[in-house]
Design a protein around this ligand. Structure first.
Ligand code: NAD
Length: 501
C-alpha cells in the first residue's frame, strides 16, 4: 500500500506529509505512513481570528449562493470517493465498503445542504396586537469549531461543515490526532471547491492538526460561537464546562451504549443480520455499535446459537481485502481496554466466547481481535460502560417492561432498536414510555443512520443533534422580529403605561 499514490490525487503534497512531528500509523499493520506537522495553540488563535474575518464576509453572501460552494464540494467528493474511502480504510482501519460508505455519507449531506440553502425558513407568528406582524429570522452564527473522533474521520466534519457553510458560518476543524491525513485530504478537496467557486473568503474552512490542547483552545476562545464536539463522554465532560464558562454554544455527540431488544415474535433471520452488522461492523468502533442484546427468553437459546455461528464465519483481516468483515482495532490501548472489560465481565458472572487477539504473527504491530459475545446473568456494572471494541453483552428478559427498563438503564442514550412483529411492542418502544434514546428503530439495527434524520442522543451522549431534519438551527442564530405598521403603540399583555393611564 503506497500512501503517496493516494495523497497526490487528493491534492496533498506527499513530501509535506513526511516532514512533521505527529506520526500517523495505519491500524492495518501498525506501520508509520506519515509524519504530519502539528499546530500550536498560538496557531489555533490565529486560525480563529482569520475564520472570524472570513465569517464577516461570508455571512453577507446569499444562502443559495453559499449552497453553490457546497455543491462544488460534493462534486469533489464524488470524483474522489474511491481514493478518500481507501485513505479512511488505511488510517482508521475500516473495511473498504465502510470507508467508501463514509464518503457517500459526505456526498449525501452536501446534497442535503444544497437543498437546505434555499430552505432556511423562519416562521410568521400571529401577533396579539392590532396592526402588528411577528416573524422569526435566522442569521449566520459565527465561527464553528469542530472537534471529531477517529472512528468517523471524515463524515463528522462534512455533517458540520456542509450545514455551517450554507448557514453562513466559517469552520475551524480539529480532527482526531489518530486520523490527520484524511482531515488534510478533506481540506484539500474543500480548497479545490473554493477555488472553483471563485470568490469565497480565504480561511472559510481550516484544519488544525494537534491534540486535545487544540480542542481546548477552540473551546475557550470567545470568537468560537459554536463548538461541535464528537468523541467520548470523558471528552465532553472536560470540554463543555470550558464552553459554558463563556456562555458559548456546545453541540455534543458523545459515547453510546446501544441495545437491541429481540421480542418473542421477531423475525430472527433479520434480527441476526442487524445484530451482526451492529456488533462486529467497524470492529465495534461506531458510536452506534450494538453493545447490548436484550433477548426474550423464549428465543434466546436459538438466537445465541445462531449468533455464535455467524461470529465464527465473520472473516477477520486486512480491511483492504474485499471479503473481510472485521478489520483491526485502532490501537493497542483499544485492545487493552477490551481485555480489561472482558475480565470484569467474567468476574461479574459473564460467560464469554471470543475476544482473543488474532493475526498477531502476520501483523505483530496491529490489533486484530475476534469479536466477543458475553452472556451476562444481569446488566452488571461493566455493561453500563461503553467499551469501544466488539463486545456484545447478552441479557435475557421475561416481560416487555423489563426489557425497556434494561434498555434505558444505562447512562448513555444514543441509539436503540427492537426486532418485533408485535405492533403494540413496536409502538410502545417508540412512545414516551419506551426507549429514552435519540434514535429508536424498529426492525433495523442500531447503527447505520441516514443523513436525513437528526442524529444524536440523550443523557451522557450529550443531547446534541447533527445532520438532517432541523439540525441546521444549531448553526444559526434566531431573531424574533415584531413590526408595528399601525399608528398606535399598544403594549403586549394589554399593559397601559404613562399617558394611556
Ligand atoms: P476521544 O474523546 O478520545 O477524542 C475525540 C476528539 O476529542 C479528538 O479530536 C481528541 O483530540 C479530542 N479531545 C479529547 N479530549 C479532549 C479535551 N479534554 N478537550 C478537547 N478536546 C479533546 O474519542 P475517540 O477515541 O477519538 O472516539 C471514540 C469515542 O467517540 C467513543 O466514545 C464514541 O462513542 C464517540 N463518538 C460519538 C459519536 C456520536 O455521534 N455520538 C460519533 C463518533 C464517535
Amino acid at each position: 500500500m503506497n500512501i503517496d499514490d493516494l495523497l497526490t490525487p487528493l491534492g496533498l503534497d506527499a513530501r509535506n506529509q513526511q516532514a512533521g512531528t505527529l506520526a500517523v500509523c495505519s491500524p492495518i499493520d501498525g506501520a508509520e505512513i506519515a509524519r504530519v506537522p502539528e499546530c500550536t495553540t498560538q496557531d489555533a488563535h490565529l486560525a480563529i481570528d482569520a475564520a472570524q474575518e472570513a465569517f464577516m464576509a461570508w455571512r453577507t453572501v446569499p444562502a443559495p449562493r453559499r449552497g453553490e460552494l457546497v455543491r462544488l464540494l460534493g462534486d469533489e467528493l464524488r470524483a474522489n470517493k474511491q481514493a478518500l474511502g481507501r485513505l479512511v480504510s488505511m488510517e482508521a482501519g475500516k473495511i473498504l465498503a465502510e470507508g467508501t460508505g463514509e464518503v457517500q455519507e459526505m456526498i449525501d449531506i452536501c446534497d442535503f445542504a444544497v437543498g437546505l440553502s434555499r430552505q432556511l425558513y423562519g416562521l410568521t407568528i400571529a401577533s396579539e396586537r392590532p396592526g402588528h406582524r411577528m416573524m422569526e429570522t435566522w442569521h449566520p452564527l459565527g465561527v464553528v469549531g469542530v472537534i471529531s473522533a477517529f472512528n468517523f474521520p471524515v463524515a463528522v466534519w462534512s455533517w458540520n461543515t456542509a450545514l455551517a457553510i450554507v448557514c453562513g458560518d466559517a469552520v475551524v476543524w480539529k480532527p482526531s490526532e489518530k486520523t490527520p491525513l484524511t482531515a488534510l485530504a478533506c481540506q484539500a478537496l474543500f480548497d479545490r471547491a473554493a477555488a472553483k467557486f471563485g470568490n469565497a473568503p480565504a480561511k472559510l474552512s481550516q484544519v488544525l492538526i494537534g491534540g486535545r490542547e487544540i480542542g481546548q483552545a477552540l473551546a475557550a476562545h470567545h470568537r468560537v460561537a459554536l463548538v461541535s464536539a464528537t468523541g467520548s463522554t470523558r471528552m465532553g465532560r472536560e470540554l463543555s464546562p470550558i464552553v459554558a464558562a463563556r456562555f458559548g454554544r456546545c453541540l455534543l455527540e458523545l459515547g453510546g451504549n446501544n441495545a437491541i431488544i429481540v421480542g418473542p415474535t421477531a423475525d430472527l433471520d433479520m434480527a441476526l443480520r442487524g445484530i451482526l452488522f451492529g456488533a462486529v461492523g467497524t470492529a465495534g468502533q461506531r458510536c452506534t455499535s450494538t453493545r447490548r442484546l436484550i433477548v426474550h427468553e423464549s428465543v434466546a437459546d436459538e438466537l445465541v446459537a445462531r449468533l455464535k455461528q455467524a461470529y465464527d464465519s465473520a472473516r477477520i483481516g486486512s480491511p483492504l481485502e474485499p471479503d473481510t468483515l472485521v478489520g483491526p482495532l485502532i490501537d493497542r490501548a483499544a485492545y487493552d481496554g477490551m481485555q480489561r472489560a472482558l475480565e470484569s465481565a467474567r468476574r461479574q458472572g459473564g460467560k464469554a466466547t471470543g475476544g482473543e487477539r488474532r493475526l498477531a504473527d502476520e501483523y505483530p504491530q496491529a490489533w486484530y481481535v475476534e469479536p466477543a459475545l458475553v452472556e451476562m446473568p444481569a446488566q452488571t456494572e461493566v455493561v453500563l460502560q461503553e467499551t469501544f471494541a466488539p463486545i456484545l453483552y447478552v441479557m435475557r428478559y421475561k416481560t416487555f417492561d423489563e426489557a425497556v427498563d434494561m434498555q434505558n438503564g444505562v447512562p448513555q442514550g444514543l441509539s436503540s432498536a427492537i426486532f418485533t412483529n408485535d405492533l403494540r411492542e413496536a409502538e410502545q418502544f417508540m412512545s414516551v414510555t419506551g426507549s429514552d434514546c435519540g434514535i429508536a428503530n424498529v426492525n433495523i439495527g442500531t447503527s447505520g443512520a441516514e443523513i436525513g434524520g437528526a442524529f444524536g442522543g440523550e443523557k451522557e451522549t450529550g443531547g446534541g443533534r447533527e445532520s438532517g431534519s432541523d439540525a441546521w438551527k444549531a448553526y444559526m442564530r434566531r431573531a424574533t422580529n415584531t413590526i408595528n405598521y399601525s399608528r398606535e403603540l399598544p403594549l403586549a399583555q394589554g399593559i397601559t403605561f404613562g399617558s394611556d393611564t
